[in-house]
Design a protein around this ligand. Sequence first.
Ligand code: GLY
Length: 418
Amino acid sequence: MTVSRRDFMKNSVLGAVAAGVGVPGMDAHPQAENAGRGHASEGDTRRPTIICAHNGYAYVEAAYASLKNGADTLDVGIQVVKGPEDDPNDDSVGLGGLPNEEGVVELDACCMHGPTRRAGAVGGVRNIKNVSMVSKAVFHNTGHVMLVGEGAERFAVAVGFPRENLLTDRSRKIWLLWKEFNSDRDWWGPGIADPSWRPPGEQPKPQAELWRDRIEHLRHRAADLGIEPEFQMAAVRRVLFPPTGTIHCSVLSEKGEMSGITTTSGLAFKLPGRVGDSPIIGAGCYTDQDVGSAGATGSGEENIKVAGAHTIVENMRRGMVPQDAAMDALKRIVRNYNGDMTRLRYMDMTYYVLRKDGTYAGVSLWEGYSSGHPHTFVVHDGRLRSETATPLLKGFSQEWPPHPTVPEELKKNSEYLK
Ligand code: GLY
């Protein structure tokens, strides 16, 4: 589904208004305060419960069976997220994760164990696939909470994790495509002697035409590099809009014990050493045994600045229901940009929230990606299902294909925004 620039501007502003996020010069929509409040009413206890990101779906049924059989909540969370970590075709986590700008996979994870109130985290780990388990090992085998980089890798090996090459052939090819695309001043990509070489465009072209050319060129190069036809456009998308991937899982047991865990390969093609929100306790994940658990997937830098998961849990502690608690964290992100939709459209965030009584919510900054895929999350509270996240803003992030820049005078014209 393609959202036109006009619709995008219109919808995002209306969405922001409906959500009461304070777009300058506009009043909050009166119905916003009565928006949906979460998926179980007060006192409607549903235990046990698992909530996780969409990419955990295939692993939740088995994990739920473990939970029913009395497994520890953190082990159940790890059972879910280990699935995508082990899957070479999930390029957002673990093995096959998209690498940093140098083509090296660097993984991040953190976890919190509610019953014992312990926490562990690892950041920028190379060559170790199951960093979710390594984050647990940090609190299990050391007196520390967080290990990073080479030290984290050496620790993982010391406690028995195997070193392995995490860069799959597919992820390497996508990285190569990205490297070539961003390389108009070095020697990456076909040289002048190559029959497929084309001189840089000499005639100025309209933006839309330039984008069409770029996308076509990238798709051809993806084919040349041997990327499977059915995955070529997905590879192009990853090059143009480097994803943040990630999986979070929060778990509540029959006994009322809770844990949370988040693991990721982070932002694709990041600077070596960059860590996002996923290994930051309080941002990518936060669990308080007395209150609930929350986690995040999406734009790590933005989530760190609002300490998203901690903000949500603290909001619930003060009495907010999960959905309102998470909407408040999203509004803080919007506030950090003064409601500037031109900037906000280049970021996204999904929060997964589970309160101690089993009430849960999945909320997102935008409805989904402009490819037409809505943000979804997975819940199991006796019945496994996928649900659509409730968006704060109407519209889609990272418009695809990107439209020409809208002239400033049009943006300022209020008629245009109606
Ligand atoms: N949320 C994952 C990251 O930004 O690294």
